[in-house]
Design a protein around this ligand. Structure first.
Ligand code: UT7
Length: 334
């Protein structure tokens, strides 16, 4: 049976490091507060003024994923780009990625599913490949949050959490019957909670999309009901991981590595404990990058591979939860 494998993985992090101490100079916060509540020590901010846009950093990660896969841009049949911080309101960053890769004419689709965007993208790629429509798909998760955060005390509850970065994978058709491949994907959303973590403007709900009044009201900045999101996250993560295992007839002790979306170290630890997993089986790098939303899972995959934590034949579970609310998992026999 035709399956999809992840043939290449790459990441790109902007060079500029912003530590918690740097944030202390911009708003009433402290390294201790951020570290204790989230585990974050520093994050990266893109140099947007000099061209380090969402599509650009996505393309840099994509180039590395292509290198690992041993493929050229022209081998790619389709682009899926997950982001909540596209370069422009439209067109999507997937179209703009084509400029950076000089890869014109193939289909490009943006996915706006926030923290869960990458897993939604991977699931979509998997289905296109299994259906025989494409052979090699680029799935990119990239975010430039730093352009859209309120870096004052008013916005501190959200601003300290997010960072910029990009990750990408090449998903390819795999015909061998060796058990390798994406085993299943599980996608969920519950729009009743849409306004618990959101950016209200720009959007067609207002005429015009943005006005002086909207700017003054702060509706252009992300708002989050932090405690509420936290409570849902620690339930949904284990639930969707167990759902994937059940679908594959696997047990939690057979999982070699869980790669959760990096939202908060406390969430990651709660998930690890609820699943009864040892610490080393749940990947974490939030201390270095903060929450990079759609980029966090492919960045983490790329680092886990480099650290030798993912080997051929391993059972890997990706899981995410975020705005929408949306939550999702993918189970992969690497
Ligand atoms: O990736 C998408 C999914 N997102 C998440 O999963 C995030 C989920 N939520 C969280 O991770 C946590 O709720 C936060 C890290 C965002 C906040 O932690 P918390 O323990 O829930 O804190 P809190 O919001 O209840 O705030 C506690 C206090 C408040 O002060 P008072 O009311 O107790 O006086 C806040 O005003 O901390 C204050 N505070 C801050 N203080 C210093 C909020 N933000 C900051 C800050 N620095 N940056």
């Amino acid at each position: 049976m035709r399956k999809s494998i992840i043939r290449g993985v790459g990441r790109y992090l902007p060079e500029k490091v912003v530590t918690n101490f740097d944030l202390e100079k911009m708003m009433d916060t402290s390294d201790q507060w951020i570290r204790e509540r989230t585990g974050i020590e520093e994050r990266r901010f893109a140099d947007v003024e000099n061209g380090e846009t969402t599509s650009y950093i996505g393309a840099q990660a994509a180039k590395k994923a292509l290198d690992m896969a041993g493929l050229k841009p022209s081998d790619i049949d389709f682009i899926i780009f997950a982001t909540l911080s596209p370069d422009y309101f439209f067109p999507g960053s997937g179209c703009l990625l084509q400029e950076h890769l000089e890869l014109f004419g193939i289909g490009a689709m943006d996915i706006r599913n926030q923290c869960t965007g990458f897993v939604y993208g991977l699931a979509t790629a998997d289905q296109f490949i299994k259906a025989g429509m494409y052979n090699n798909i680029l799935v990119v998760g990239a975010e430039v949050h730093s352009s859209g955060l309120n870096m004052t005390t008013e916005g501190r509850d959200v601003a300290v959490l997010f960072g910029d970065g990009a990750g990408a994978v090449v998903v390819s058709a795999h015909e061998d019957n060796d058990g390798r491949g994406i085993l299943s994907n599980h996608l969920h959303a519950d729009g009743r909670f849409a306004r618990e973590l959101w950016v209200e403007s720009p959007g067609s709900r207002y005429r015009p999309y943005v006005s002086e009044e909207i700017l003054k009201s702060g509706k252009v900045y992300p708002k989050m009901n932090g405690r509420y999101v936290f409570k849902h996250a620690v339930t949904r993560f284990p639930e969707v991981i167990l759902e994937a295992l059940e679908a594959a007839g696997e047990k939690i002790e057979n999982v070699d590595l869980v790669i959760p979306h990096q939202a908060n170290q406390r969430i990651t630890e709660a998930v690890q404990m609820r699943l009864g997993l040892p610490k080393e089986k749940v990947f974490s790098n939030i201390h270095k990058y903060g929450n990079t939303t759609a980029a966090s899972i492919p960045i983490a995959m790329s680092e886990a591979l480099e650290q030798g934590l993912i080997k051929e034949g391993n059972l890997i579970c990706l899981a995410s939860f975020g705005s929408g609310f949306t939550w999702a998992s993918s189970l992969i026999r690497w």
